[in-house]
Design a protein around this ligand. Sequence first.
Ligand SMILES: Cc1cc2nc3c(=O)[nH]c(=O)nc-3n(C[C@H](O)[C@H](O)[C@H](O)COP(=O)(O)OP(=O)(O)OC[C@H]3O[C@@H](n4cnc5c(N)ncnc54)[C@H](O)[C@@H]3O)c2cc1C
Ligand SMILES: *[C@@H]1O[C@H](CO)[C@@H](O)[C@H](O)[C@H]1NC(C)=O
Ligand SMILES: *[C@@H]1O[C@H](CO)[C@@H](O)[C@H](O)[C@H]1NC(C)=O
Length: 545
Amino acid sequence: MARRVAVVGAGSSGLACIKVCVDEGLEPVCFESSHDIGGLWRFKESPEPERANIYRSLVVNTSKEMMCFSDFPAPADYPNYMHNSQLLQYFRLYAEHFDLLRYINFQTTVKAVTQRPDFSVSGQWNVVTINRDGEEESHVFDAVLVCSGHFVHPALPLSHLPGHETFSGKCFHSWEYKDADALRGKRVVVVGIGNSGGDIAVEISRSAEKTFLSMRDGAWLISRMSIQGLPLDMSSITRFNNILMHLLPRNLVSWAIEGSLNQKWDHRLYGLQPRHRVLGGRILINDELPGQLLKGALALRPNLRAFKDSGVVFEDGTVEDNIDAVIFCTGYIESFPFLRPDLFAGKHRELTLYKRLFPPSLSQSTLAIMGLFQTKGPIMPVVEMQARWAVKVFTGLSCLPSEKQMQEVIESDMKRNMKRSDIIVTLLSVDYIPYLDFMAKEVGVQPNLLRLLLTDPVLWVKVLFGPCTPYQYRLTGPGRWAGARQAILSQWDRVAQPLRTRAVPEPESRPSFFPSSYLLIFGGTAIFGCKLGPFNASVCRRRLN
Ligand SMILES: Cc1cc2nc3c(=O)[nH]c(=O)nc-3n(C[C@H](O)[C@H](O)[C@H](O)COP(=O)(O)OP(=O)(O)OC[C@H]3O[C@@H](n4cnc5c(N)ncnc54)[C@H](O)[C@@H]3O)c2cc1C
Ligand SMILES: *[C@@H]1O[C@H](CO)[C@@H](O)[C@H](O)[C@H]1NC(C)=O
Ligand SMILES: *[C@@H]1O[C@H](CO)[C@@H](O)[C@H](O)[C@H]1NC(C)=O
């Protein structure tokens, strides 16, 4: 009999998990508390409690070729940076194509996931659910994949802010923010310079009287577009860049990237300059913030210290009166109400996961927490790979080290992250390609570059110097997809396709839009769109000729 796996949640992570279970001959049973798939990416007109909520205008910050699932490229005509409704549509296409809906029990909430009495032998779990009629049901599963999302419970720092009880304006979290309609002509403070804070402040500043963006620390500001207007992640996330990053001193790379970012926008002049180095902390992806600052519609301010009647006080002592609304874009608190807290025993609580996936304390590794990490790249392909690895572990085809060894790895990963950065959020961070490659090796799907060079040099060039698109993990091994090679060869065509809406006469002798020699130059010169000393574009070009 096929082993049964409970999948908690049918957002993008849940869908990937269902697909992977089916591929590996397991029987997935997915429980989704809402009536539909998509999770975070299903826009809701009013925020639903216990669920992630997004704003109407949200556009992804990772490009379609990089963020798609590894055996299902986004339609060629989709824009490179999709609106949330288009991304949801992509997930619908994915679910339809692989016939995933039949495994999902909608309007069924998982209430408790506990180990069975014979867990140490069977590795089985009891899963208690509540269906739409309020009836409780108990199920037994061989394994559990937790895909319930991490942007559900808003972190609202009001208790640290004196005077909030008597503040006359409105005060709410970005979780409740839909659009700027109600803020037209108002004076608004947005707190926090994460991606949401940046987006929301820019949007409000277009129609408000004045918008202030208050932040604890600055941020390195990065655009979605790289050189030639190409998607940033496609030119920066390459295997070649990854090798360079490991060969070159970290400070040198940071220095080079920061230099190129300051070329675009002088971070000091704009008041954006953060304390941390660009590789050591979070980055802000935003294309419009500097424009709004330049127009004076938006002004940066230090952290909020207190409320005062109808105004706010910032940490430098400055006061802004007559504030109509304060919006906290201060992130979320991770929580898994259906899991026993002692599952995350250890010094770092929820952070205690082996390779950001497995609670190390379990005597049988039959439970995995999906997506609880941060990375400077798209989440979906990483979660898909996590699922592929988790399922290998469930079926015994891949083995985890002993609990002690896992704890040691967790400690050393944690130490490395702390050394790299002083901001706490980055404790969750993983390096994009190294993390994917680590899991790919466990699954047996890591592309072999040497063999590729000897057998398929054209593909080798694309894999090494081109963007590390998810298709690379479908070239060989279990779960191989026959379309993977072609998907890699045609990836730049799908980038160009949505832009080809007006015919432009082809020049006679110029190279075509995306020749592979350009890819080579990108690979060498663009880490987040910057040029690195020794990889001078004109030198590369000469070598190629
Ligand atoms: C504003 C914002 C922008 C983002 N932009 C990007 C981006 O551009 N690129 C990117 O890669 N990532 C982005 N992310 C990260 C994003 O969270 C992940 O990419 C991904 O969508 C998370 O999917 P998920 O399935 O893990 O969680 P969710 O999408 O939150 O789905 C969780 C699902 O589980 C269900 N559920 C929860 N609890 C239970 C329960 N007890 N029982 C049953 N069902 C339950 C929920 O109803 C929901 O459907 C963004 C996040 C935010 C907040
Ligand atoms: C995209 O935005 C989300 C939400 O703010 C963030 O968690 C993620 O890290 C961002 N992605 C990148 C590559 O910066
Ligand atoms: C790149 O190399 C060319 C030729 O060697 C040289 O003329 C040019 O100055 C170099 N550019 C940079 C930015 O180093």
